[in-house]
Design a protein around this ligand. Sequence first.
Ligand SMILES: [Fe+2]
Length: 588
Amino acid sequence: MHILGINAYHGNASAALVSDGRLVAAVEEERFNRVKYAAGFPAAAIRYCLDAGGITLADVDHISIPRNPWARLGTKLWYAMRMPRFARERAKVLARFAGIAEALSEAFEIDPKQIRAPLHRVEHHQAHLASAFFVSPFEQAAVLSADGLGDFASTMWAAGQGNRMHVAGSIAFPHSLGMYYTGVTQYLGFRKFGDEYKVMGLAAYGQPAYLDEFRRIVRTNGGIGFRLGLEYFTHHRTGPEMTWRDAGKTPELGPMCSGEMARRLGPARDSSAPVEQKHRDAAASLQARLEEVLFGMLRGLHARTGQKSLCLAGGVAFNCVANGKIFDQTPFEQIFVQPAAGDAGLAIGAAYFVYHQILGRPRQFVMEHSYWGPQYSREKVRAAVDSSRLRDAGMEIAELPEEELIAVAAREIAAGKILGWFQGRAEWGPRALGNRSIVADPRRADMKDTLNARIKHREMFRPFAPSVLAEATPEYFEKSFPSPFMTQAYAVRPEKREAIPAPTHVDGTGRLQTVTREANPRYWKLIREFGNLTGVPLVLNTSFNDNEPIVCRPEEAIDCFLRTKMDALALGDILVRKPSGATPEVRR
Ligand SMILES: [Fe+2]
């Protein structure tokens, strides 16, 4: 039985194919159309998923989308009367959803009658919950979804048991932890879609000096819920302005904060103005209040469900700083966050919701790795190298047996070189986890500056992350619960901070990826070899890109390699090196 999940006409458009309960493929549209967080209709992602499963659209048994126009209809209508412009925008989006079968038949040039699969509409947050629980290793768990807004809710929690979830509560618009974080992110001068994680990085440089004020911005009363101090916001009056129907454009958000934020906290920071201590302190206060509210909700959820295990989904689940503290701040003993915890993950959630919750099929799948995206054959990689400018640019190119490839690559990293590492299937979700990664020496204090100057060109306050051999986690970190998808930040042991300064954040934490031999044998061997050479079984890992979606095809990897100042590139078995002593060509 083939189920196609589609997150369309929403940020992070994506598709996933689940066949007989097992995930076959999952990918974001942005990897194909090269538009970050692309919305619109994910035709290329769907095409890839069908190809990976060796099927056509006519073979699909169920199609599922994470949007249910009937959910919270009363609330929607009430706000539609108060905000007619917003209502008109939503109506246009819903009209597109109504035409999803037509969009499919048009994209795949088949007669709509050939699409025999029924279309299921799964409420946004139920799809988020399903995306976490049904692929988790837990037979039973508490499940929480928290984000900006979906089907007019921001938060939902449930108890998961076997192949069923029972929703226990939810929080409706306009109260939203995601909008709280986004609103303050905008106030701090970071206005692009997806900038929240920058502010999370900035928070470590400040003190929560404004925490009392932030307790008025998000209010709690001891239960699982919370409410926003609406005087600080505008979205409940104007509707959240989100422009994300065009697949060729990164979504945009309208302003969310009212003048009250500036009156209480001082003027909003202009995007081009320098970041000052008051901004760092506001970011720290924002993060501290998010953590207080989230941990309060989780303690309430634990008390209500009595579960030891927790699954998290929604954009808030990307807050790795908060996630890393869950073990200390709540009674939960195990957590699971799948790598595409945000809206891309809705595609798998919608598909698994149908398989388990609607069809009642038993569970048989655990997401043990994130490699559900495209891969390219040896021949395709060779062809990409042959048709590139690599040889003309004087690169040394050699196809090597694995052992040699790993030995040379590890030596390069240990010598301070920056290595592009392109292997196997692309990662699902926003983190590069050893198949589309840039890898560097974590022992060099200047490596962060070097990477930023030569390749990544991002804000200096943003940390880089470590990939550590799973078995060495307790030696380097104060917690060792697996973090295979970089969804938790743990404190680096104080005695190890000097050993790995480059991926250790200013607050002494690292957003680690724990790497097992089973999940990614080749990456594990690379890190082990680096450990053999240096005594440090850990590398710095950042995504293979330069202010663009993570590279997907070998051509994009080669282009990024040539465009930036990377030193070496492993493309499958092919190792490309700039000739020793040569000044790398830079084309920007
Ligand atoms: Fe969402």
